[in-house]
Structures are given as C-alpha cells and as structure tokens.
Design a protein around this ligand. Structure first.
Ligand code: SF4
Ligand code: SF4
Length: 447
C-alpha cells in the first residue's frame, strides 16, 4: 500500500515539493546495484542517466536544491525509458516508476519533439475515441494499399520526418474496417466466471485481431467476456509521460466503465495498460471519491496470461510446430513482476518449442512514446534486441504489449528478417481454432 503523506519541514530542512512522495524517494540508498541493468546508463555512460543518478536528482529537486525547470534535470528525466528494470534489480524496494511519473508531472519537457508528441498523440488523439478511430482507419488503409512499401522502395521515407516508421511493421491488422467485439461473449464448456476485457486504444486500432483471440482464449477457458460499450483508454501512455491530469481523467473514466459491469476480474492484454491500472490508487490519489475504489479495482486487474495460467489454463489442441521466443515487455516483467505465466501459456501449445533470447527482459526502446521523442537512444536499444533475436534462431517472437510488437517488428523488418512478432494471445487463439491473420510461418507450423 502506498503512503501519500507529505514530510514536513523541520529546523531548516527544506520543505519537500508537494506531489513528490518523499517516502518513496528516500527508499533509494544510492547503492548502485541497479546500474548494470539500466539501458540508458549502458547507452549513455553517464551517472545522471542511471537510476541512482535520477533518484538523486529527483531528491534534490524535491527539496528545492535544483530547479524542476533546469534543462539538465529535464534532459536526464526524459531520457529515462521508465522501463523499471531498476526496480527488479533494487534490493531496497524502490518504486522507481511512480517516482519518475511524479517527477515528470512537475517537469514539462523542453524538447520540441516531446512537446509535439504530447500535444498530438497523448492529449489530442488517444483520449478521443472518434479521432482515434479515424486515425486507425487511415493507418490501416495505408497498410492495405501498401503505402509503406512504396515509400520504402522509392526511398522517399529517408527524407520524411519520422520516416523510419515507414517501415511499418508487418504485424497487426490491415483491414480498414473492423467488426466490433460482441458486448458479451458467452463461456464455452463449464462456466467459471465473468470477466471484462480492456480493449485499449492503440491495441484495439492496430491489434483488433489480438483482442478477438484474447476473447476466444478467455471464453474457451470458461469465462463470459464483457466489453464496455464505449471504448476506454486507461491513461497509461499519459501517465508514463507525466501528463498527470490527462492520466487521472482517463483512469477515472476506466474505473467507472468497468465498475458498472459487476466483474470477477478485468483482463488486460497490453502490459503498459495493466501496469498502469494496477496502480490506480496512485493515479487517483487526488480524487477523494475514487481513491479507495481505485485500490480495490487494481486488485481485480489481471494480465491475460497471468489470469489464465493462475486459474488453470485449459490446454489448446491445435499444434504449432515452431521455435518461439518470448520477449518480456518491461511493464509486465518489471512493472507487474510477471515472468513465468506467458512462458507457461506458450509451453501448453502442442508442438511449440520455447527458446530464450539473451536479455529478453531488456527494453526494446519502444517505451511508450520514447521511440518518437528520443529516436536515437531507442534505436540503440532496438539494435541490441534485434541482434539477440536473430542469434536465438527463433522463427516467431511472442510478446504481450502493442508498443513492443510494433517496435521489434519494425527492427526485424529493417534487418531483412521475416520473423513475425505476435501476441501470446494470438498463438493461444490460433491453437484454440482461430484461423484469421495467421502469418505464413504459423500456417506452415499448423499444417
Ligand atoms: S534504486 Fe535501488 S539499487 Fe538503485 S541505487 Fe537506489 S537503492 Fe540502490
Ligand atoms: S526506468 Fe529503466 S531507463 Fe529509467 S533509470 Fe530505471 S532502468 Fe534506467
């Protein structure tokens, strides 16, 4: 349970800045054991870009010894992936993610690209379902008419802003029109309960098929699956970027939408969203009406693999005879401490051989909107990831977060490797009988 009480000034000790929880900041004893696990420290070789350095700077700023507006402070704070690998390495139990989000909320970025991404994506697009639907349709139409391929072949992408994203990964949905998910999908076989599914914003626009296969896997395991009438955005990207007001508003909307539905659990198949929703008590700490409800709600939020494996997964019968590597999304392995369940779910697919990737729990550089705001550092992290994947000899990569799937798919495509990157729920759904959107290697592996 997080403690939000403020520390008081005594005898000349500077008064901590409101909204930064000094108890959480003081958990760091500056031992440095987290440094070898930090991707930005590895990439930038600077103490200010290590977890210890960042905690030290946040402490100084919170005590008024450094200004939150200091450009050097802002640079180090926004160069963090917020991957939370330091939390896993930390013997002192530092909750780095929440501290970083509080610090970012006090520190608007000076980087122009960062400000643009916030204005357009985090505040202008994601919280508005209608606008997002239009953008999603445009994106899928571009994919359907092979526009990215044309840009690549003509070389035009090299002179476009953010042109490397013209290497749109060969994953996700390409049909401009989507069939909405049923409001309620009934359980198959013996009924075990009633769950809700967060369909998400980017997840539903770009990976609607993965959502359908998540519903199928849950129904095959005996759960009625309920989808809220209006699409809700949980606020994860806004929260990780320190857009506290937007994040709080979206958290309140998500809480209200699911609370009405009387559910045993709320299932999430996007790691960043699940991690965020499990911290709704923190997100809603300024909302007196919802703070307690946020804590109770967080206890019912479950990642899809976590829920299915912990409740006893009913084994699928379809064979997938392929070497599959699982890539840990940071907000699943570090944010939610879920490491085994996705692997166990994959191992229950007949014929599937699970192989490990070196540094599977290192950030791929997607990190929310980081690959848009800090593309050079994100590229370095992606290059490590692509090398390890190729070295593993895997034919298929499974992950559990849309950002990672897009980023790794893009990296592999640019490396000239035809290795599909899919969701764990995709593989499970295909093994349960879904036949849509199977990449050629999966079709061959199931023949
Ligand atoms: S975050 Fe944890 S591991 Fe890193 S310096 Fe602080 S106490 Fe040590
Ligand atoms: S969250 Fe990740 S990038 Fe940021 S300090 Fe921790 S390990 Fe380093």
């Amino acid at each position: 349970m997080l403690d939000f009480k403020r520390q008081l000034s005594t005898h000349g000790v500077p008064t901590p800045v409101a909204d930064i929880d000094m108890d959480l900041v003081r958990d760091c004893i500056h031992c440095g054991l987290c440094l070898p696990k930090c991707p930005t420290f590895r990439a930038l070789h600077h103490e200010g870009d290590s977890p210890r350095g960042r905690m030290w700077q946040i402490k100084e700023a919170s005590l008024g010894l450094v200004s939150f507006d200091d450009p050097r402070f802002q640079t180090h704070i926004y160069q963090c992936f917020n991957c939370r690998a330091c939390e896993t390495a930390c013997p002192s139990g530092v909750q780095f993610g929440p501290v970083m989000e509080m610090a970012r909320a006090k520190t608007p970025p000076q980087n122009r690209r960062d400000r643009l991404v916030r204005a357009v994506l985090l505040n202008g697009l994601l919280p508005h379902p209608r606008r997002l639907r239009i953008a999603g349709r445009l994106y899928r139409t571009a994919r359907a008419i092979r526009l990215p391929e044309l840009l690549r072949r003509s070389g035009a992408w090299k002179v476009m802003p953010l042109g490397k994203f013209a290497a749109f990964p060969p994953v996700g949905d390409t049909s401009p029109r989507q069939t909405p998910l049923a409001a309620v999908t009934p359980a198959a076989g013996e009924r075990r309960g009633r769950v809700g599914l967060l369909t998400g914003c980017i997840q539903d626009e770009m990976f609607h098929g993965s959502n359908r296969r998540t519903v199928l896997a849950l129904a095959k395991n005996g759960y009625d699956v309920v989808v809220p009438e209006e699409r809700v955005c949980c606020g994860a990207l806004a929260s990780h970027a320190g857009e506290a007001k937007t994040a709080e508003r979206l958290a309140a909307g998500t809480l209200d939408a699911f609370t009405r539905l009387n559910l045993d659990a709320v299932i999430v198949n996007a790691a960043g969203c699940g991690s965020n929703m499990k911290e709704y008590e923190l997100q809603l700490r300024h909302d007196n009406q919802r703070r307690e409800a946020g804590g109770a709600f967080a206890g019912r939020v479950k990642d899809a693999s976590e829920f299915l494996v912990d409740r006893g997964l009913r084994p699928p019968t379809g064979h997938i005879r392929a070497r599959v590597a699982y890539q840990d999304p940071c907000h699943l392995v570090h944010g939610q401490k879920i490491h085994q369940q996705p692997r166990q779910a994959l191992k229950m697919i007949p014929g599937l051989e699970l192989v490990e990737i070196v540094e599977s729990d290192w950030c791929c550089g997607s990190a929310g909107v980081y690959n848009l705001t800090h593309p050079e550092i994100a590229e370095e992290a992606l290059s490590w990831k692509v090398k390890h994947i190729i070295d593993s000899g895997a034919e298929i990569i499974a992950s559990a977060n849309p950002g990672c799937i897009l980023q790794i798919g893009m990296g592999l495509q640019r490396a000239g490797k035809d290795i599909p990157v899919v969701h764990v729920m995709d593989l499970l759904g295909w093994a349960y009988g879904d036949e849509t959107q199977r990449p050629p290697v999966v079709r061959r592996a199931m023949a």
